[in-house]
Design a protein around this ligand. Sequence first.
Ligand SMILES: *[C@@H]1O[C@H](CO)[C@@H](O)[C@H](O)[C@H]1NC(C)=O
Ligand SMILES: *[C@@H]1O[C@H](CO)[C@@H](O)[C@H](O)[C@H]1NC(C)=O
Ligand SMILES: [Zn+2]
Length: 345
Amino acid sequence: MVALSKFALAAVGFAHGASAWGSLGHATVAYVAQHYLSEGTASWAKEVLDDSSSSYLANIASWADQYRLTDAGKWSASLHYIDAEDDPPTTCNVDYARDCGDSGCSISAIANYTQRVGDGRLSHNNTAEALKFLVHFLGDITQPLHDEAYEVGGNGIEVTFNGYSDNLHSDWDTYMPEKLVGGYALADAKSWADSLVEEITSGDYEAEAPSWIKGDTIGDAVTSAMRWASDANAFVCTVVMPGGASALQEGDLYPTYYNSAIGTIELQIAKGGYRLANWLNMIYNTKIAKRDLERFVQESRNEAPALDLLGRNFLPESRPLSRAKLAREAMEGSCCSAEKRGHVH
Ligand SMILES: *[C@@H]1O[C@H](CO)[C@@H](O)[C@H](O)[C@H]1NC(C)=O
Ligand SMILES: *[C@@H]1O[C@H](CO)[C@@H](O)[C@H](O)[C@H]1NC(C)=O
Ligand SMILES: [Zn+2]
C-alpha cells in the first residue's frame, strides 16, 4: 500500500493546525451547548460576544488556544488542563491541592471566569474574555488527557495513528475526532453536534444526561469542576491507556484502539456541551437576570462588594514544583500545538 505523501494531503486541504480538543471538538461542544441555552442566556451571550449569528459560541470556542500561542496570552497556557499526578493505568485520581499548581489550572480558571463573567464591574472586553475562556475550558476538561500529568498529558507518548507518527494527546484532541467526522469545518461540528443532541434528547444518552450535571453549582465552582475532571481522568486508566503507554506503541492505533476509544470521545464531547449550557444558564439565572435587583439591594445597604476579581482565593497553596510539573515546563512551547509540531495530518 502506498501512503499519500504529506504534500498530497496538504494540497487537497487537510493541512491545519489544531490543539486541545482540536477546533472540531471545541466547536461541537459549543453547538451542543447552544442547543440547551435558554433564550435569556443565549441573548446575553450574543450581546457579550457581539455576535448575533447562529454560531455565536462555536465561533469563539477555540479562541483560547490561539490566545495561548501569542506573547500576550502565554500566561494562560496552564489554564487548559490539570496535571493529575496519579499512576495510570494502576491508579487514576485528581487532587486539587496536589495537582493544580500555583500558576493555576483548568479548575481555578473555571472558578475565576465563572465569578468574573457574571460580575457587572468588568469592562465589556473582560466579560467577553471570561465567557470565551469558559466555553473553551468546559470543553478541555472533558478530554481525559487534559486531566493527566503522565508524559505531559500524553504529549510525550509517540504513537502511530492511521499511518502517521504523532502523539497520543493530539490523537485524542484532534485526529480521532476528525477521523470519525471526516472534517473539521464549523459545518462538520454542527452536524456532529446535531447527532449528539439527538442522543441526549431521546437516544443513548437520554437516561444518563441528568447525572452529567448532578450537583453542579456555580456557588462552588471548584467542587463542580473537580467532579468533571475526576470523571474524565478515570478514563485514563480504563480507556486511554488500560495496558499502559507501551502497549500503545506496538502498532497502528487504527482501527483497534480507535474503535475502543471513539465512543468515549463522543460521550465526553456531549457531556461538555450539556454541562456548558447548564453552567451558563445557572450564571445567567442567578447573576445576570437578577443583577439590577442585587445592585439595588447592595447599594441601599451601602455595602461594597468584597470580591477578589483576580480569583487568587481560588488557587491552592503554593508547593515546590514536582517532577511532572518540571517536565511540563520543559515541554511547553515545543508541545501542544500542531503549528509548532509542523504536523500535517
Ligand atoms: C480586548 O481583549 C482582547 C483579548 O481578549 C485584547 O486583545 C484587546 O486588545 C482588548 N481590547 C481592549 C479595547 O481592551
Ligand atoms: C482570573 O482572570 C484574570 C483575567 O484574565 C487573570 O488576570 C487572573 O490571573 C485570573 N486568576 C486565576 C486564579 O486564574
Ligand atoms: Zn485548550
